[in-house]
Write a protein that binds this ligand. Structure first.
Ligand code: NDP
Ligand code: MG
Length: 396
């Protein structure tokens, strides 16, 4: 009998966290849960603790921890409760943990994800914002610690599956010409441009193919998500921005492709269900059942491809510019986008102002080299302040 892998799920109460736990439940012989973390959805966290009986749970504050401990005791569970960023980093780096699912949304996930990397864990990376903010430092930490970094983002997991083992030597060394990053185009692919200023958060969050958390759903609608993924792909696969082409593919059946110099193009296909990349990364280099039904090509019948329209999706253009500028530009873009999306979800700005805010913050903030984690968080904080200022400007 093989020993079971012990897993920490950072962001267990979220969409990726719950999909991860669904896959884990299907394989009790292979995986056990060491720790689960939540932030605001503590009722869900309690249910997950009852189902998975983790050794540890992590919540936001000391007050939450005391109350949550009490609820666990009443439910007859022996789970201990930690809190705050220190608690998240502790369960990410714990010596008994084999693999960490990094599925906290946004910049809040950076320190815990890096803690897992520095402890040399197998790191299943969903939290793309962490890599976008701190790419050079993050990848250096992966090399220094020999952590195994496996992409969960469906596109990057697809690319990973289409690349040969030696790709870490560089894309040219394995004969790759370019990466084709697919995008669904989101809910507003065909909405008349004049209507975009008035779309509601509910419409922006109603993705045609994927069920996801609210922040990434808005990012998918603006295609800021594809922009973040372009930057993510450059770091994961050591590619230049010019080597990554975005292809709009509305059916979300092909999850990305790799174009080789001999003319071969390899693609990974599957139903749009995050349990496939999660199962792939959890069990890598083996394969396990994910619960995803087989792909029915006859019912799909056709696959379409279009060039992205940068007038409709200015966030994609801004992200490509930030990728090309490098240094702190991606961290600035990410922070401005996080503030803009939160403001849009709170109905403080219009959908079309998300891109305006990012553009204004990128224009205002200097591009500086990020040679330490403090420098990354400085750039992040400066961009957030600039975004908040933009929000309060009556003249905008
Ligand atoms: P959700 O919003 O569904 O979940 C986010 C998780 O992060 C929740 O567990 C939430 O806790 C927790 N969280 C939020 N804020 C904090 C904080 N300040 N400190 C600690 N924990 C926090 O998001 P998703 O699951 O959709 O996305 C998670 C990550 O995965 C994102 O980076 C996203 O870009 C990426 N991703 C998601 C995909 C998807 O299909 N959903 C696909 C590809 C990538 P709580 O809910 O308890 O407040
Ligand atoms: Mg994706």
């Amino acid at each position: 009998m093989t020993t079971r892998q012990r897993i920490t799920v950072l962001g267990a109460t979220g969409s990726i966290g719950q999909s991860t736990l669904d896959v884990i439940l299907r394989h009790p012989d292979r995986y056990e849960v060491h720790a689960l973390t939540g932030h605001s959805r503590l009722d869900d966290l309690l249910l997950l603790c009852q189902q998975h009986r983790p050794k540890l749970a992590v919540v936001a504050t000391a007050t939450d921890a005391a109350a949550f401990s009490e609820r666990l005791r009443k439910a007859g569970l022996a789970t201990d409760v930690l809190h705050g960023e220190a608690g998240l980093c502790e369960v990410a780096a714990a010596s008994e943990v084999d693999a960490v699912m990094a599925a906290i949304v946004g910049a809040a996930g950076l320190r815990p994800t890096l803690a897992a990397v520095r402890a040399g864990k197998k790191v299943l990376l969903a939290n793309k914002e962490a890599l976008v903010m701190s790419g050079a430092l993050f990848m250096q930490a992966v090399r220094d610690s020999n952590a195994v970094l496996l992409p969960i983002d469906s596109e990057h997991n697809a690319i990973f599956q289409c690349l040969p083992g030696g790709y870490a030597q560089g894309l040219a060394a394995v004969g790759v010409r370019r990466i084709l990053l697919t995008a669904s185009g989101g809910p507003f692919r065909e909405t008349p441009l004049a209507e975009l200023a008035d779309v509601s958060p509910e419409r922006a969050c109603a993705h045609p193919n994927w069920s996801m958390g609210r922040k990434i759903s808005v990012d998918s609608a603006t295609m800021a998500n594809k922009g973040l993924e372009l930057i993510e792909a450059c770091w994961l696969f050591d590619a230049r921005p010019s080597q990554v082409e975005v292809v709009v593919h509305p059916q979300s059946v092909i999850h990305s492709l790799v174009d080789y110099i001999d003319g071969s193009v390899l693609a990974q296909l599957g139903n749009p269900d995050m349990r496939t990349p999660i199962a792939n990364a959890l069990s890598w280099p083996q394969r396990i059942d994910s619960g995803v039904p087989p792909l029915d090509l006859f019912s799909i019948a056709r696959l379409d491809f279009h060039k992205p329209d940068e007038q409709r999706f200015p966030c994609l253009r801004l992200a490509r510019q930030a990728a090309e500028a490098g240094s702190s530009a991606p961290a600035t873009l990410n922070a401005a986008n996080e503030v803009a999306v939160a403001a849009f979800l709170d109905r403080r700005i219009r959908y079309t102002e998300i891109a305006s805010m990012i553009e204004a913050v990128l224009a205002k903030e200097p591009c500086v080299v990020l040679d330490s984690l403090d420098a990354v968080f400085d750039a992040d904080a400066r961009a957030r302040r600039a975004a908040e200022q933009w929000l309060t400007q009556a003249s905008r």
